[in-house]
Design a protein around this ligand. Structure first.
Ligand SMILES: [Zn+2]
Length: 328
């Protein structure tokens, strides 16, 4: 143990924080802590449709500086070039050595950090983790934005070990943490609930070709377009609330099946506050209650994430801390 501590102190990762009476009389224990100021982490969030967002974080996961780069509709290689350029800018803001780079990408990402599919960026099979490692020569971790977000919620949101995090943005995705372990699925698409059709009453055509996918009810652009249409409609009893209630109900129906199958204790929603706050959470909670058995699932907590728009950036930092230091 003392060899290991000496090694970590030599690397500047551990510091002594004082002494405390030990278990044996006359022997003082030396208190150690991770030195949060000795290294910095670069976190990247590619999940916003308008901007790529990046930040420099300390080893405790606190944001120290941030940079945003307008995506301006870039896709394919142009979008990869934007990621590189964002990282180059962030590197100039470092004040201590870099511990590693963490990236939260939209879509489906495998365990080697290959973006299997991210339709909005027109990425198919992009080996982002390997490409960034080659370009920058620093440790890189790439995961889906939902998986990064669930890790942030687990580390900073004070949650229990069983948790589902639902992200509402351009699409709808989710990540599952069971017994403290992230679930990936056989094709790395665990939690891809956005393209599950909800109900047998049709619905709008989804980008994937199916009618009535959860995304057609709940994805931010669809919901915002419906609300904008409703606002122009002069008829009394504006359907604003009805639109949100319909979206919540569909979300509740999908969540009820997952909660029922896995007996989850907590579901956290992350996404635009203007869409998710207030009645949406209430209505989803109501649907969940009426669709599950109170005796087994009555204690389920459903709430909005408290980490706001920084959830993916901070989750990307957790990925680096966990892979480099074994802590999260
Ligand atoms: Zn679909």
């Amino acid at each position: 143990m003392s060899d290991l501590v000496t090694e970590l102190m030599a690397e500047g990762l551990l510091v002594e924080t004082g002494q405390r009476g030990g278990a044996r009389p006359g022997k003082l224990a030396i208190m150690l802590d991770i030195d949060r100021s000795s290294f910095q982490i670069i976190g990247i969030d590619l999940s916003d449709s308008a901007d790529f967002r990046g930040a420099v974080l300390d080893v405790g996961g606190s944001i120290q500086s941030r940079v945003e780069l307008p995506l301006a509709g870039s896709t394919g290689q142009a979008a990869i070039d934007q990621v590189t350029s964002l990282i180059e800018t962030l590197l100039t803001l470092l004040t201590v050595p870099l511990l590693g780079l963490g990236v939260g990408s939209p879509g489906i990402v495998d365990l080697a950090g290959v973006v299997v599919s991210a339709p909005n960026l027109e990425w198919v099979g992009v080996p982002l983790q390997a490409a960034l490692f080659e370009r920058f020569g620093a440790p890189v971790m790439v995961a889906s934005d939902a998986n990064a977000a669930v890790l942030a919620e687990h580390s900073f949101g004070g949650v229990e070990v069983d948790l589902m995090l639902v992200r509402v943005g351009c699409g709808v995705g989710a990540a599952l943490l069971l017994g403290g372990i992230l679930l990936h699925g056989s094709r790395f698409a665990a939690g891809e609930i956005g393209h599950v059709a909800v109900g047998t009453d049709g619905g709008e055509l989804c980008g994937c070709g199916t009618l009535g996918c959860l995304e057609t009810w709940l994805a931010a652009p669809r919901l915002e377009a419906k609300l904008a249409d409703a606002a122009q409609d002069a008829t009394p009893a504006a359907p604003h609330d009805n639109i949100l209630r319909e979206a919540d109900t569909r979300l509740g129906i999908v969540l009820a099946r997952i909660v029922g199958a896995l007996n989850l204790s907590e579901v956290v929603l992350s996404g635009p506050k203007r869409l998710l706050a207030g009645s949406l959470v209430e209505a989803t909670r109501g649907t969940l209650r009426s669709h599950t058995l109170e005796r087994f699932h009555g204690g389920l907590a459903l709430r909005l994430s408290t980490l706001g728009d920084d959830i993916v950036l901070r989750g990307a930092a957790v990925m680096v801390m966990s892979s480099r230091l074994g802590v999260s």
